[in-house]
Design a protein around this ligand. Structure first.
Ligand code: F0G
Length: 362
């Protein structure tokens, strides 16, 4: 049978039954691509590095794995409205799956609350064109989450942030796919940490799927230095980072992230914006792969941990590239040679050959 998305593929591990309407966009089944250049940069003998391309999901991020579950369960219980706070990707995903619910004949409205000025252009435009009602607020993600949590306690509207347990259940399928593809779990799972739902989900997934605890990976989570409450051990009131997806000062799944770290004998560390952007350029320019800035925290973190002696020789590391490169075109432009790209030249072969430096090589 043709591939039909994560719920049908892994239904035995998920809280669904024959009565559950499956709202799917054929999410999942994302590529796991070797990254030889990054492996070499780590300077760990025999290290193999793979990047899990979660930006290949239908709305361009890993959120789709959780959203197919959350929206299916919302429809199952008869909900007609969903809401989320978001740094952008959750809102794009929620908007897409509510449109899909409508395609299946269900009434479903989607409301998204986002921090004004801090959502990458690609994500904002997605939420809008998929038909969500977009509300921008003056506060940050943490404030937006506070508001939607309170609203959903008072009004008949379903919360689809990762505090919704079905989101976490759905996101476990990323771990299953990695094990299926590699034939076993990797030694290290490197992952950006924002609200800490995904690290929680991956650990739950590996725990389900890998019977012997010794064969499960160490969870290596990475926050941005300016938004690193878990690393610092306290709430960050004014989080800042170029990786706006993980600009979060008070993660909802904080405790679960610590459990994942401790049970897996892993770590949660932080990377600077410069380290994140350097990894972002390397992923694009030296591997030919793409992701958004926050996703590059996983690669920046792996490199940092490897250089600190926290990755053993002959091991396998998987970095989750959580979001698509096209989500944040503005940062991509800023990280490139804008001055030369913006210059407009005469349509003249000789002068173009000169600009390309070809005249001297003849
Ligand atoms: N990477 C990307 C691209 C994200 O969008 C997010 C979270 C994360 C990593 C971190 O995952 O929150 O489970 O620890 N984005 C959320 C959103 C907050 O609203 O789209 P997490």
């Amino acid at each position: 049978m043709a591939y039909q998305g994560t719920i049908l593929k892994y239904s035995q591990f998920l809280p669904v039954n024959n009565q559950t309407p499956i709202i799917s966009l054929n999410e999942g089944n994302t590529a796991l691509v070797p990254a030889p250049y990054i492996a070499k940069l780590c300077k760990v003998p025999g290290l193999k590095v793979y990047l899990k391309m979660e930006g290949l999901n239908p709305s361009g991020s890993f959120k789709d794995r959780g959203m197919t579950m959350a929206v299916s369960k919302a429809v199952e219980k008869g909900a007609t409205k969903i809401i989320c706070a978001s740094t952008g990707n959750t809102s794009a995903s929620a908007a897409a799956y509510s449109a899909r619910a409508r395609a299946m004949g269900y009434q479903m409205d989607c409301f998204v609350i986002i921090p004004a000025g801090y959502v990458a252009l690609g994500k904002l435009s997605q939420a809008m064109i998929y038909g969500a009602k977009v509300i921008q607020i003056e506060g940050n993600f943490d404030k937006a989450l506070e508001i939607v949590r309170s609203l959903t306690e008072k009004y008949p509207i379903e919360l689809v942030n990762s505090v919704n347990p079905f989101r976490i259940q759905g996101q476990k399928t990323g771990a299953y796919e990695i094990c299926d593809e590699l034939g076993s779990a990797p030694d290290y799972l490197c992952i950006p940490v924002g609200n800490a739902g995904n690290i929680t989900a991956y650990w739950a997934g590996f725990t389900d799927y890998v019977r012997n605890p010794k064969d499960r990976p160490r969870m290596y989570g990475y926050q941005a230095e300016g938004s690193a409450p878990i690393v610092r051990g306290h709430v960050v009131e004014k989080p800042e980072t170029v990786g706006t997806a993980i600009r979060i000062g008070n993660p909802a799944s904080w405790k679960q992230a610590l459990t994942a770290r401790d049970e897996s004998r892993g770590l949660i560390d932080m990377v600077s914006d410069e380290e994140m952007l350097s990894a972002y350029r390397i992923i694009h320019q030296q591997e030919g792969l793409a992701c958004e800035p926050a996703s590059a925290a996983s690669v920046a973190g792996l490199i940092k941990s490897a250089h600190a002696g926290q990755i053993i020789p002959e091991s396998v590391a998987v970095c989750i590239l959580t979001g698509n490169g096209l989500k944040d075109p503005q940062t991509a432009m800023k990280q490139s040679d804008m001055a030369s790209a913006e210059q407009v030249h005469k349509a003249d072969e000789h002068s173009i050959a000169e600009v390309l430096g070809l005249l001297s090589v003849r």
